[in-house]
Design a protein around this ligand. Structure first.
Ligand code: SF4
Length: 277
């Protein structure tokens, strides 16, 4: 599997249905959707038979989402030459710095190759988000069991490949397919994806008026008043001399705030399902 192959999605002009819901002022999504965001994805979720047992993990929600975005698909284990089928691996050691080793043969240790690929792709792929396969020792985020020598679970960690992405891009919106199936979390993820995409576009042309215009579209989604006030100040303070620095601070705060969005978590009025073709 070649890392970074793009799978085309549906026409970018179609907006998700939740774009029109009353919780969302329309303006802030319009330029984001002019170009569909590129989202990294674990290949097996797209139905590619790349798992250790020669199977796939096709996911309907992912497939539906693919009509709105571009996917950069990667199977790290295949990309480092482990082949299909292959003996399974698991995380072993302590949860702070586990290694990926063979379930049956702990001497087989592709950890260094997975970490190196994660680093390389994190530097190479220009992504606005990433959908990882849950529980995978390479792709999982946060939920991967770490085993001790005697087979007990000592804790949970990120898969080794995914961990490098999170390390290199701490603000990159990430989710696994389990959480993607939950409408509110899917909504929150996509909101952050569009925010991240716009941040990247704004950084390329750091004009103060761009940040102010951007902020006028997004501020209604910031439910936390203290956060909104800080963002108001940052947007107002951006000037030609410091706009790059201010933009970075602004987006750090915005993307952090969108991670915990009480309105999105709790409100029953938000319809975040995607429109069927
Ligand atoms: S979880 Fe990751 S490493 Fe495992 S088959 Fe899927 S894409 Fe490949």
């Amino acid at each position: 599997m070649t890392p970074g192959k793009l799978r085309s999605a549906s026409p970018a002009t179609k907006l998700p249905r939740w774009h029109l819901s009353r919780a969302n002022p329309p303006a802030h999504f319009m330029h984001a959707t002019a170009t569909p965001p590129v989202i990294g994805i674990s290949s097996c979720l797209l139905g590619q038979a790349v798992r250790y047992d020669g199977q796939h993990k096709f996911n309907k929600t992912v497939d539906r989402l693919g009509r709105r975005v571009l996917f950069a698909r990667v199977c790290p284990e295949v990309a480092i030459g482990m082949g299909v089928p292959r003996p399974p691996i698991q995380l072993r050691g302590c949860s702070e710095s586990p290694r990926a080793v063979g379930v049956d043969d702990p001497q087989r240790d592709p950890s260094a190759a997975l970490i190196a690929l994660g680093r390389e792709n994190a530097g190479k792929l220009a992504l606005s988000g990433y959908i990882f396969k849950a529980h995978s020792p390479s792709c999982g985020i946060g939920s991967v069991p770490v085993y001790s020598e005697d087979g007990g679970i000592t804790g949970r960690a990120h898969g080794l490949y995914a961990n490098e992405f999170l390390r290199a891009h701490p603000l990159l919106p990430v989710i696994d397919e389990k959480n993607l199936a939950r409408n509110r979390l899917q909504y929150r993820f996509m909101l952050r994806v569009y925010g991240y995409q716009q941040w990247q576009a704004l950084r390329a042309k750091p004009l103060a008026r761009n940040l102010k215009r951007f902020h006028s579209g997004w501020r209604a989604l910031i439910d936390n008043r203290a956060c909104r006030t800080r963002l108001d100040r940052l947007a107002a303070a951006s000037r030609a001399a410091n706009v790059q620095q201010t933009t970075d601070r602004y987006f750090f705060l915005l993307l952090t705030a969108l991670k915990r969005h009480p309105m999105i978590e709790d409100s029953p009025i938000i319809d975040c399902r995607f429109q069927r073709r």
